[in-house]
Design a protein around this ligand. Sequence first.
Ligand code: FDA
Length: 306
Amino acid sequence: MLRQVILAASRSAAARRVVERAPVSRAVVHRFVPGAKVDDAVAASRALLASGRTVTLDHLGEDTHDAGQAADTVKAYLELIGRLADAGLTEGARAEVSVKLSAVGQAFDEKLALAGATAICEAARTVGTTVTLDMEDHTTTESTLGILGELRRDFPTTGAVLQAYLHRTETDCRDLAVAGSRVRLCKGAYKEPASVAFQSKGDVDRSYVRCLEVLMAGEGYPMVASHDPRMIAVAGELATGRAKGSYEYQMLYGIRPAEQERLAGAGETVRVYLPYGDEWYGYFMRRLAERPANVAFFLRALASRS
Ligand code: FDA
C-alpha cells in the first residue's frame, strides 16, 4: 500500500515540489546519489573501483519530452565517458554506463532515442567500455527491446535490463540468454497493473528465481541485480557450474555496501549502480518505495530538523 502511494507520488508534480524543497532532502538523497556533478561521479567511481568493485553510472533524468533536453543528456553521457576514460577507469568495462531511453527522447521520437543511444555506445566502445539500457515502465518494454536489438547489431555488448515482476519476462529471458548477451535481471521498480505484472512479493520472487534459472543455464552473461539475500543465495547456487567472471552481482549505490564488499572479497564481480545529477526525484522516490526503512530514515531526518 505504502509502496503504491509513494510510486504514485513519484509521478506527481506537486509531490515533487514538496520533496525537492524539504530542507533535509539533499542530505538524505546523498546516501543514494553521491553528487550532482560529473566530478562527484568520477570521484565516487574511483573509490568504488579501488575497493575491488566495478560501477555502472547513470546520469539522472527520465521522461524527456523535449529534443533539446534529449541532446543535453547525450552530451552529458559523452562528457562522462570522456572523463572516466581520462581517469583511466573504463578499460575492461570496469566503469560502464546505464542509459534510460526516455531521457534521450523515446517518448516522442524513437529514432532520436536510437541515434542518441548509438552515439553513447560509440563513445563507450572507443574507450573500451559498455552500455546497459535501463528498463522503465511496461509501456516502454517493447520499444526498449526493439532499440536494444538495433544497437546490438553494431554494439553486441550492449546490455539489457529485464524486470522479473512482468509476466512476459521469463520468455524475454529465454530470447536473450544467448552468447554475448548481457542481461541485468531486477525485480522491477514501477507501479504496474495486475494485467501485466505479478503483484505480490512472493510471486515476484518466484518469477525472479525462474528467470535466473533460465539466464544462468544459458550462454549469455547474467547480471544479478538484487539486494535480496535470498536471491543472492539462489544465484550463488545456480552459478556453481559457471566460472567466476561469467556472471556478476549488481547493487545500487548506498545499499548494502557491506554485502557488496563481502561478495567482492569472495572473488565475485560486483557492480555498483551509481546515479549522479540534479534530476534525482524519480530515482529517490523509487528507492523510498522499495523499503519502508528508507521512508522512516527520511521522516526521522525531517523530524530532527523541525
Ligand atoms: P527487495 O526490495 O524485494 O528487498 C528484498 C530484501 O533485500 C529485503 O527484505 C532486505 O533484506 C534486502 N534489502 C533491500 N533493500 C535494502 C536496503 N536498502 N538495505 C538493506 N537491505 C535491503 N528497476 C527497474 O525497474 N528498472 C531498472 O532498469 C533497474 N535497474 C536496476 C539496477 C540495479 C543494479 C539494481 C540493483 C536495481 C535496479 N532496479 C531497476 C531496481 C529493482 O527493480 C528493485 O526495485 C530494487 O533492486 C529492489 O529489489 P531487490 O531485489 O533489491 O529486493
